[in-house]
Design a protein around this ligand. Sequence first.
Ligand SMILES: Nc1ncnc2c1ncn2[C@@H]1O[C@H](COP(=O)(O)OP(=O)(O)O)[C@@H](O)[C@H]1O
Ligand SMILES: [Mg+2]
Length: 325
Amino acid sequence: MVHLENLTKEYDLPPVKGSPAQVVAADRLNLTIGDGEIFGFVGPNGAGKTTTLKMICGLLVPTSGSVEVNGIDVERRPEDAQRFLGYLSDFFSLYDDLKVWEYLDYFAHAYKMPAAQIPARVTEVIGWVGLETKRDAFIQGLSRGMKQRLGIARAVLHDPPVIVLDEPASGLDPKARVELKELLKNLNRKGKTILISSHVLSDLEEICTSVAILEKGHLLRAGKLAAVMQDAAAPAHRRLRIRVAAPGDELLAWLSTRDGVLDAHPSASVIAGSSSVDFHFAGSDADLAALVRDLVMSGAPVCAVEGSSESFEQIYARLSGGEVM
Ligand SMILES: Nc1ncnc2c1ncn2[C@@H]1O[C@H](COP(=O)(O)OP(=O)(O)O)[C@@H](O)[C@H]1O
Ligand SMILES: [Mg+2]
């Protein structure tokens, strides 16, 4: 559906002695985003998310490389491509003194939709974003989450198959974030392909099918969410926790003598009557099986062996720290 090829954007910087003349905000990005995906662009501020999304929508001309949306070259035929795209920018403005339905009606006319279809379409998108009870409310009285949903309603007015949302969750409270996620899942179920950016990784982890991890214009990793996380999780260094149904330091002492056990330390939370140790383990599944067998054979009352999986945040921190790359 969306295809990026060597997509590059360099911005000229004001001349300052000793500083580079340009910043590379997107550096030869290659990505293919399939039909029906919820595709997340993840990265800290300045990573190049906004720049990339604007180029995808034909709002910013690439320095080099290209974007295709539904087979259409965005730079050559921006208006044709934009029929397939709905875009919500990171800082969009609404007209406070319009009512919800008036705002959508206004844009429907601006998009030159057939006038006879507009009332039904406005009602439909208001339903899509769950603003039925606010239809006649003035925009200035809406909560931030509602304004965000109204922005999304505007972006989908012309029923584009692809929706591009730049940091839609930023500034929303937890409840509004949950509602936004539900809304995006619903739109996705209606067949929309969604491109979404965030610097808050947990916002994307739950809803995205695929992610691209960006930093300073570079694509660090991209692919199916599970694959990116698994690939990045460096199984050679898994984090484990073993618990024995006996208090004391014996487990820690025993583990500390074993090959492959690194950084063993008592777990932060202790269950009464037991002791628990967290450690990194550099070894295969067979090595781990041998460790557990030896521990049981030594007479330790082993009651739990858990792998503590890394959060997306931790993986990201490691990736962008360059340890894995
Ligand atoms: N209009 C601009 N002129 C010069 N530099 C810019 C401009 N827009 C963005 N940049 C720079 O490009 C880089 C990427 O910015 P941006 O795409 O906004 O990242 P993000 O959305 O991930 O925060 C940053 O270093 C930013 O300072
Ligand atoms: Mg941005």
